[in-house]
Design a protein around this ligand. Sequence first.
Ligand SMILES: Nc1ncnc2c1ncn2[C@@H]1O[C@H](COP(=O)(O)OP(=O)(O)OP(=O)(O)O)[C@@H](O)[C@H]1O
Length: 277
Amino acid sequence: MSKEIIAAAQSHLHGVDLQLISQGAEALVFKTNTHPYLPSSIKPSDIQNSTNYIIKYRPFKPYRHPVLDKQLTKSRTASEAKLLSRLYTLGVAAPKLIATDAPNGIIWMECLGYELENDGGVSSLKNWLWMLEKQFEQDHGPEKKKQNVALGDEVKTVMELVGKAVGHLHLQDIVHGDLTSSNIILVKDKENNNQPTLIDFGLSSYSSLVEDKSVDLYVLERALTSTHPMYSQQYNDWLLEGYEQVHRENKAMKKHAEIVRRLKDVRMRGRKRSMLG
Ligand SMILES: Nc1ncnc2c1ncn2[C@@H]1O[C@H](COP(=O)(O)OP(=O)(O)OP(=O)(O)O)[C@@H](O)[C@H]1O
């Protein structure tokens, strides 16, 4: 099946090298060295630090009516691409849009992140935290793990920055819709510090509703609990500190109070739902 889908992607992308890096429910994600506009004599490395680009391809979904499928593919691809371009204009950190072919479900964007040491994989927040958690447990033994002792200062800084990134998005009345530690990629800045950048805006939307923003935070909280169970409470506390800071800096503390109050309700609803199965 996936061979056929890759062939379909290749049929829209003649002569483009495609290296499959992820196959999700909605899309296939490829890495490529080919830029959509640059002549092949110019290497990407000649014009910027990146030597790779990402191609996100939404394939035909056989379980959908073909007409509806075409419409959905086109509109979802176009809205994700528009949002990436809007985020760039707003100065919110996200992959830069390079090109889009909405009717064929293709978005070409900047490739973010770096390879973590010791084969830790790409620098998603999830992989990076797993790497540090493993190191921490090796250095301190299982006792500290049981006591849920906090990891170092860098983790606190990064989690606060994650909270700030989500806060920035919410202050622009944009909700992400699928916040997880895999959908946050760490990028090194000029001082070699890790800067979290949100990716995967496929389920994002414009909303000024307190409910939508608190659900966004809740989804991330749940994702952290399931992926980093021993440390998630601490991670989330730091994240919420960053979220508060960015609201304070933008004189939006009233809005912040409403969102945090609603987050408590959303948590209660979530608990009730899981109790009822
Ligand atoms: N701009 C990017 N830079 C680097 N890696 C990326 C980028 N975009 C996507 N990826 C990688 O591809 C994976 C899947 O991308 P994305 O989440 O956008 O697709 P998806 O089909 O919505 O995935 P899922 O269904 O798993 O949520 C990411 O977790 C990440 O590892």
